[in-house]
Design a protein around this ligand. Structure first.
Ligand code: PMP
Length: 474
């Protein structure tokens, strides 16, 4: 598995737990202040603060006199892996033991190949010599195609100078936060449950992530208002994610308007992560299927819309995404790109043009096929889950996740994390505990339905077997 190999913690000949500063090894690798640390370490007077030799040993060491030695910045030391990667690694381990193949419902990426006209455009661009640096914010043709795409899908007037292309949506989020967090302690509100990279990106940018509960109707607005009023610090941004990961919920217009009102009152930006906007199956009853924060009155001046090609076009590994924001912010993000990545792979950008121009010209049979498959699987998974006693799942309007309420099992003392472990170990089905997405995810499991129909249904059947056994065992 390519992904697993990329995230394998150990490197041959380089024990993962042995930090050069903690051992005093790699002389000359670091100098000056850290040399003190190295020499102390080499004198054997440091102990690791977690099991020594484990691949995940943290980079903090504690001297015998009790002084903590930090080898990285606090935000970097606090980083944790995304739950999906950790679960994939555990599933790979379980797969080595005797038994049927593990069913994967933990992975958040389309299983489809990228549509061939997009791949062909990348190959043609490579052959034509698109192998050099591009302007940092993207080739003009792609910025123009994105501006046209966002204008037509969100019903607003977007200009190419508002568009910043990056290697995925993730960099767009991080770079926007690096620009928007102005002072240490500035608050950025993030959804709970929500995508794990939000908290990490806010902290890396020097801000303080404050989690505010979200439900099927969006943010808990009184809680959002309290957090945005700045008791914990000045609120500089609110992150909105619709359709949402992990819940699949699509926000209605009223929910979006409430967030906009709070942002305007707090004079904060909204970071609108719309990476799943191409995977909306149905909206709130009586409404347009999808409302973008960017389209609301007064919001263009304070919204950073983040979207990309990973989900809609089955292009996760290509690394192509973008941000749309006011031009003065786009200029700053472009400078951040200069220093962080230089630019996004030029031939990949040409593929992005083909994807958007193809879509505009009605070349969307492959996309419609994927959406129809997802929708069918979504309905089957929701029906299957609701047939399990003690489980309930609402029909999500978008993305490719089902958020299953398993809180009934807390009566027998099971947390979401314990249920996920038992499902993997006993049922050989990998799902994510809701708590991977914040404390608000306790009592929930996230299932991703990107696999084939029979695989997804087999996964639900195995969940039923394990949970039925747990319930009857009391
Ligand atoms: N936002 C959310 C909510 C996501 O789920 C993901 C992918 N898992 C991303 C952003 C990242 O997308 P990209 O591949 O474009 O970086």
């Amino acid at each position: 598995n390519i992904l697993m190999a990329a995230f394998a913690p150990s490197v041959p000949g380089w024990p993962a737990a042995v930090h050069p500063l903690a051992t005093g090894g790699s002389a000359g690798r670091r100098r000056a202040s850290v040399a003190v640390v190295a020499s102390r370490a080499s004198a054997g007077r440091l102990r690791m603060n977690a099991a020594e030799g484990g691949a995940g040993a943290p980079p903090v060491t504690v001297s015998r006199s009790g002084v903590e030695v930090h080898h990285f910045s606090p935000a970097v030391e606090a980083l944790e892996n995304e739950g999906a990667y950790a679960m994939m690694a555990r599933a790979a381990d379980i797969a080595k033991s005797p038994g049927p193949p593990v069913v994967h419902l933990e992975i958040g990426q389309p299983s489809y190949p990228t549509p061939p006209h997009i791949t062909a455009a990348a190959i043609a661009a490579l052959s034509a010599g698109a192998t050099k640096y591009s302007p940092p914010a993207g080739i003009p043709a792609l910025r123009a195609a994105i501006a046209a795409h966002v204008s037509s899908t969100r019903g607003v007037d977007v200009h190419p100078e508002q568009v910043v292309v990056g290697p995925g949506a993730k960099p767009g989020l991080l770079l926007a936060l690096l620009a928007l967090v102005r002072a240490p302690g500035d608050v950025v509100i993030i959804p709970d449950p929500g995508f794990p990279s939000y908290a990490a990106a806010v902290s890396l940018a020097g801000g303080v992530p404050i989690r505010v509960p979200v439900g099927p109707a969006g943010y808990d607005i009184p809680a959002l208002r309290r957090a945005a009023r700045g008791e914990a610090g000045r609120c500089v941004a609110i992150i909105v994610n619709s359709p949402g990961n992990p819940t699949g919920c699509v926000l209605g217009r009223a929910a979006c308007e409430s967030v906009a009102a709070v942002a305007i009152e707090a004079d904060a930006f909204v970071l609108s992560d719309e990476i799943y906007s191409g995977l909306v199956y149905e909206g709130q009853p009586g409404e347009a299927p999808y409302t973008s924060m960017l389209s609301l009155p007064g919001m263009a001046a304070r919204t950073v819309l983040v979207d990309g090609f990973s989900k809609t076009f089955a292009m996760t590994g290509w690394r192509l995404g973008y941000a749309v924001c006011p031009p003065y912010l786009a200029d700053r993000m472009s400078l951040l790109l200069v220093h962080a990545v230089g630019c996004t792979a030029t031939f990949v950008q040409h593929a992005g043009v083909a994807a958007l121009v193809g879509l505009a010209n009605g070349e969307d049979a492959a996309l419609q096929g994927m959406r129809a498959d997802y929708r069918r699987r979504r309905d089957a998974v929701v029906t299957g889950l609701n047939a399990i006693e003690g489980v309930s799942a609402a029909v999500p309007g978008g993305a490719f996740y089902v958020w299953a309420d398993v809180s009934a099992f807390s009566e027998w003392g099971y947390t979401a994390a314990e249920l996920a472990s038992m499902l993997l170990e006993e049922g050989r089905v990998a799902v994510l505990p809701g708590t991977d997405f914040g404390p608000g995810g306790e009592g929930y499991l996230r299932l991703s339905y990107v696999g084939e129909d029979d695989e997804v249904l087999e996964g639900v059947a195995r969940i039923k077997t394990v949970l039925d056994r747990l319930r009857s065992a009391g």
